[in-house]
Ligand binder design. Sequence first.
Ligand code: NAD
Ligand code: TYD
Length: 337
Amino acid sequence: MNILITGGAGFIGGNFVHYMVNKYPDYVIVVLDKLTYAGNLETLKPVMDRISFEKADIADRAAVYKIFEKHKPDIVVNFAAESHVDRSIENPEIFLQTNILGTQVLMDACRKYEIKRYHQVSTDEVYGDLPLDRPDMFFTEETPIHTSSPYSASKAAADLLVQAYHRTYGLPVTISRCSNNYGPYHFPEKLIPLMIANALADKPLPVYGEGLNVRDWLYVEDHCSAIDLIIHNGTVGEVYNIGGHNEKTNIYIVKKILELLGKPESLITYVTDRKGHDLRYAIDPTKIHNELGWLPQTKFDDGIVKTVRWYLDNKPWWEKIISGEYQDYYEKMYGNR
Ligand code: NAD
Ligand code: TYD
C-alpha cells in the first residue's frame, strides 16, 4: 500500500506518520507538506529514513500532479490545512486558499490518477457549537453544518466539496470530524502547549473570557487509530465523528497543567474573549464505535500527564519554535489584550 499524507509535518499529520510507519512497516509513506509556520521537519526526524518527503503546496496544481505521477499513491489522507481559529479571525484568506482550493486540487489529482481512497480530515467545528446548559446534546453526523469562524467555514466548505466529488464524479471518499486533539508535537499557539510553555516560563496564562468554554479533548494517538480504521474499513461516501467523551472547561485544563507543573494559579490571567467564541463542542462517536469498533484508549487525566511529560522531555522541539517568528504572533495576539 502506498499512502500520501498531506500536512504530515504538522501536529496530527506528524503523529499519524509516526503511527503508520510503526504499525505498517511494509507501507510506502509519502509526506507532502508546504512547511508553513505550523509545519516542522523536526517532527518527522525520527522516521525520516522510512518515508519520502515532498515540499509542496496542496493548492499548487502542477506540483501536486507531479507528486502523484511520481509516487502513484493508493490512498490520500489530507491533514494539510490552516488550522488555527485565532489566525483565521485575523486573516481569513489563506484559510480559503488552502482549506478549500487545496482540497479541490488534491481531489482533482485523485480523479486523474484514479486513487482508491481520498480521506478528508475534518473537524467537529463544522457543526458550530452547543449550549453550555444542555449536557445531553452532542454532535452526530446528522447535525446540520453551522459554522462560526472563518476556519470552520473553510473546513465545512471543503467537506461539502468532498461530498460533491463523491456524488458527481464517484470519487471514493471518506470524511472524519474530530474533536480537539492534544499530545506530542502540538504547536505552542494552541491552548494546551501554550499554557505548558507559559507556565514553565512563569509567564501569565491568557484565558479567554471566563474560561468556561468546553472542548471535547482526544489524545492524538486515538485520532490516528480512528483514521487508520476508516481508511481501511470505512464505507465510501460516509462521514465519521471521532471523539471520546472527554469534555473539559478551559479553566479546568489550565488549572490541571499548573497543578502538574507545581506552578501557582496566580499565573492565570483572564483576557478579552475570542470573537464569536464557540461555547461547547461534544462528539457522539456511536457510529464509528458501532460500525468500525473504534474506542479511544486514553482518558484525559492520563493523556494530560503524558503530554506535560512530553513537553518537559522535548524542550528543544518547542523552544526553537517559540523563539522565532512565533514571538511576533504572540505579541500581536496577547500584547494589548
Ligand atoms: P497543524 O496546523 O499543526 O498542521 C497543518 C500542516 O499542514 C502543517 O504541517 C502545514 O505546514 C501544512 N500545510 C498548511 N498549508 C498547506 C498547504 N497549502 N499545502 C501543504 N501543506 C500545508 O494542524 P493540525 O492541528 O495537525 O490539524 C491537521 C488537520 O486536522 C487539519 O485539517 C485540521 O483542520 C484538522 N483537525 C484538527 C484538530 C486539532 O485539534 N488540532 C481537530 C480536528 C480536526
Ligand atoms: P484552541 O487550542 O485554539 O482550539 P479551538 O479554538 O480549535 O478549540 O483553543 C481551545 C480553547 O481554549 C478555546 O475555547 C479557546 C481557548 N483559549 C484560551 O482561553 N486561551 C488561549 O491562549 C488559547 C490559544 C485558547
